[in-house]
Design a protein around this ligand. Sequence first.
Ligand code: IMP
Length: 429
Amino acid sequence: MPSLVLLGAQWGDEGKGKITDLLSRDYDYVARYQGGNNAGHTVIVGDKKFQLHLIPSGVIHENVTPVIGNGCVLDLKVLIEEIDRVEAEGVSCERLIISSNAHLIMPYHRDLDAAHERRLGENLIGTTRRGIGPAYQDKISRMGLRMQDLFDRSIFKQKVSAALIEKNDILSKVYDLPTYTMEQIAEEYLVYAERLKPYIKDTGPMLNDALDAQDWVLFEGAQGTLLDIDHGTYPFVTSSSPTAGGAPVGTGIGPTRIDRVLGVAKAYITRVGSGPFPTELFDADGDKFIDVGHEYGTTTGRRRRAGWYDAVIAKYAVQVNGLTDLCITKLDVLSAFPTIKICVAYEHLGQTYTTVPGHQSAFHSAIPVYEEMPGWNVDITHCRSFEELPVEAQNYIHRLEELAGVPVTMIAVGPEREQTIFNGFVTRD
Ligand code: IMP
């Protein structure tokens, strides 16, 4: 299996970082294909905890070449700080490769993200305010700056000047905010350019060559299926395509080169930011998910919203991404519950839905229909094989497989690398 897309099957924060890190030992390349420093992965190795926002989780493995693909947006200051932080922990970033076509997050993108959210008031999207949306907006409207622009000073200055004509007007006249000069931005960014020059490459041909050579390539998605700009709960989404289709577009390979697609889903669900969430809990069970699962954002520290596992969403994720495998994470958190609920359908205005309703108003007001299963109430963090799990936990996993229509080939029972059960997932050996 030379190529795998690994992505979030819910609203992000499914624990993809740990799984990518674990699988990375088998891979030659780990490539991010979308998003920016709105993502946050925590990888725990022994007594070291790495919080990664931009650099692919595979960086920690010496066998891996980490790649930031053309579909990503980069805040260069954050990227350089992250490289320095990771290197200070003794992990070399020398192998890191960044696409020359990746777009830049500019200072005005950050300002506009925050200003737009403030203006939306109580209708806000709840973005990470990292400038992600405005950077992708400029990419699509062909006003963006790419990594390669940094290496032609005159082009860079021309493009910044052109962008500032509009941005300064919006900043000052719409939002009453300070403006920027081209010289100010050039001074800052051209220093970053010197620092980042050794990492820049045309990554598309490189990844194609790697696949031709039968190298193993893992395409790492950030955020999750329901945050996809096309297939998520628009407008409460991110501005890129975390779904599997985003992987070829965001790295420059053809879709036929993907062999397997692994969807990572928590044994319950969380989301940060606004938007519909049918199984969201506002009771003691919800608080328990937050407390036991330590559900606070890696990037913003925000308390997440939490609810029971939603099999309707899982089925949707299987379809939209063409999932071949599911990985269920944080199964150990369910040990705290005497009985466990799974949402198997929704009801809305007298109609029952077993798939995600086509109209978002119905999804917004959908009432979950639950199936209840007995819990296991014992610690499972030491289990290393499916057979070691209590029978109730095995039955729960079997039921999720039945509802999703794909096998659960990996199960995480704790935050450490070794607290993972391989249940048929194809590895290199
Ligand atoms: P943005 O990506 O900062 O524009 O935020 C858009 C939406 O995506 C908001 O609801 C964010 O909370 C959510 N979001 C962005 N990145 C992540 C992530 O890595 N995990 C979970 N939610 C995210």
